[in-house]
Design a binder for this molecule. Structure first.
Ligand code: ZN
Ligand code: ZN
Length: 584
């Protein structure tokens, strides 16, 4: 399957570049391209034959060249040229969280270790702590991560699972003989990590579905199990996909049942019993006569159980059933409520597209505005905005505005909160931005007190409107830094500032549990894709999913507000700084 091979090629190039400590721009470009190829519907060989490789998001002429070489010759001259620099063993080690390219290189060079198992053994023998720049604490952490690997590898981040599930169902729906197809299970509930991908299909005949799976999908998966009602295959990335086939008359019951959660379903079943009804994946039945009373749609099942229909994201037996019974389910924010994006990057820092391309893509999404928030210089690796770049960026945005009006480009900044707690730009510079968002990327191990103080100082600063990815966690790879969430929530609320829900598939930060706590205390949220490319703008979808799981309605989300209301909020409005002519 060519698409999966190309994904592997691009990922290997990215790792090889990383080991050579090449520019983070180029590394990120290969990763982004790999991700987009993984989600590609057509066969990449087809696009190559038609000369359309560069139409793949994130694939420019240079990456297209590498793909073309690989598709033509079956190997990559570019990757091979880096060969001795990137032994397979080192690549293997970099996949262990907490190791990373530099450490992998050190470990490989010193001990010739090439596998996770050998590294674990070396950790146990205390060999790793002796290496330069590692130490006992790192050794312990690496060992812990290796021991967690088997569990981790079974779980898929939502940002991978959801687009993949949607692409699979889109392909199945158009196959003749298939009436419906939907994602089910934890993907449909938008859990941040999912075990495997569940897909539900309504069709008269399972053999039709088997054909659709083996011949209708963009990749040709090998079935690892196939029965009359269920088949299992591996998608690119070796993610497991379970496809269940149900008749149309059971569609709603099956969708409800296979969406879960288990806890939610148990409560529903008991509720059915109390009404002398039986609920299962085939339908809702009268316990006495066995007659079917509902099952075609989910809505009629909930209705028959005297409940409002419950959005899948809430089905956790965490109060949603009581709320549905009382008719008090909150209206949750939807993608269609979102008028714009408060977090995006361009080539001015570590993004891959220009301002105009990003703005036009946002416009095509139906947005009214896009905030360009490139990094300030403090985050060295991203080549942030120095003053000269900042001026050029401002000029470019001002010049673009009349061309795109009434669409609005906000000139924002992702401002580094320095280790000292100071902000990365002085007030007179900050006053010139339409929007100042603050982030803590550096010195993240200072301990609760100092980290919290830095976050609070940023929220209290009159020119800062939004605190980005407030917990700093990376999904499934790096825990949140130590900080006092409640103090941050209270400060955001007191100053009228927004806490971000960052939709980057690597982050999802604030996570749903923390966002729900902030929601209950009346904080306003900003949703940001943190896009580093045009395709990256799609991560807004994930930010919306997290907000929905956190019970957040449109009124608490800055992105849904009208321009006037936004302009009146402390998160956007820029109070004048005395004695400074900032210029808006
Ligand atoms: Zn950031
Ligand atoms: Zn960012």
């Amino acid at each position: 399957m060519a698409n999966a091979d190309v994904v592997a090629l691009l990922e290997n190039i990215a790792l090889a570049l990383e080991l050579k400590q090449e520019s983070p721009f180029r590394i990120r470009a290969y990763r982004e391209a790999a991700r987009n190829v993984a989600f590609l519907i057509p066969d990449i060989r087809q696009l190559f034959a038609e000369g359309k490789l560069e139409e793949i998001p994130g694939v420019g002429s240079s990456i297209a060249e590498k793909i073309a070489d690989y598709l033509t010759t079956g190997k990559s001259a570019y990757l091979e040229a880096m060969g001795p620099e990137a032994p397979a063993g080192v690549l293997e080690l970099t996949r262990i969280p907490g190791v990373g390219p530099r450490r992998a290189r050190t470990i490989y060079d010193a001990l010739n270790i090439q596998t996770a198992a050998a590294l674990a053994e070396a950790c146990r023998q205390g060999q790793i702590r002796a290496l330069k720049g590692l130490g006992a604490a790192t050794e312990a952490r690496i060992l812990q991560e290796i021991e967690r690997l088997p569990e981790r590898s079974r779980r898929i981040p939502l940002g991978v699972a959801l687009p993949l599930a949607e692409r699979i169902v889109a392909s199945l729906r158009v196959w003749p003989g298939i009436d419906r197809a939907e994602p089910a299970g934890s993907v449909r509930r938008c859990m941040e990590m999912v075990g495997d991908i569940d897909v539900l299909v309504a069709a008269k005949d399972a053999s039709v579905v088997r054909d659709a799976v083996t011949r209708g999908l963009p990749f040709a998966p090998e079935l690892i199990a196939s029965g009359p009602t269920k088949m299992t295959f591996l998608a690119p990335g070796a993610w497991q996909v379970d496809v269940r086939v149900v008749p149309e008359r059971s569609w709603g019951a099956a969708l409800q049942y296979f969406t879960g959660s288990m806890a939610h379903n148990i409560v529903l079943r008991e509720r059915a019993m109390a009404r002398r009804l039986k609920l299962n994946e085939y339908g809702l039945f009268d316990l006495d006569t066995g007659a079917s009373v509902a099952g075609r749609t989910e809505a009629e099942i909930y209705e028959r159980l005297d409940l409002d229909w419950i959005p899948p994201e809430l089905r956790e037996a965490a109060g949603e059933i009581e709320a549905a019974e009382a008719g008090r389910l909150p209206r949750l924010v939807e993608s269609s409520d979102v008028r714009g994006d408060f977090h995006s990057h361009t080539m001015y820092s570590d993004g891959e597209a220009g301002i105009e391309a990003m703005a036009r893509a946002a416009l095509a999404l139906g947005y009214e505005f896009l905030a360009i928030t490139d990094h300030s210089p403090g985050l060295g690796i991203t080549h942030g905005l120095d003053l000269a770049k900042l001026v050029r960026q401002r000029q470019e945005i001002v010049a673009l505005r009349p061309k795109l009006a009434p669409f609005r480009i906000l000139h924002g900044i992702e401002l580094e909160i320095r280790a000292s707690g100071e902000l990365d730009f002085p007030d007179d510079i900050l006053a010139g931005f339409d929007l100042v968002t603050a982030s803590l990327h550096l010195a993240t191990r200072q301990g609760t007190e100092r980290i919290t103080a830095r976050l609070l100082a940023a929220l209290a600063h009159p020119l800062v409107g939004i605190l980005n990815h407030p917990s700093g966690r990376l999904l499934d790879t790096r825990p949140a830094y130590d900080f006092d969430l409640d103090q941050v929530i209270d400060a955001a609320r007191a100053h009228g500032k927004a806490l971000e829900i960052n939709g980057s598939y690597l982050r999802l930060d604030l996570p749903d549990s923390a966002a729900r706590r902030a929601r209950d205390r009346g904080v306003v949220f900003s949703l940001g894709s943190d896009a580093h490319s045009i395709a990256g703008l799609g991560a807004m979808r994930l930010a919306v999913a997290v907000a929905r799981r956190s019970l957040i309605g449109p009124d608490q989300v800055l992105n849904t507000w009208s321009a006037d209301r936004r302009a009146a909020s402390a998160a956007i409005r820029q109070p004048p700084v005395p004695g400074v002519s900032g210029g808006r």
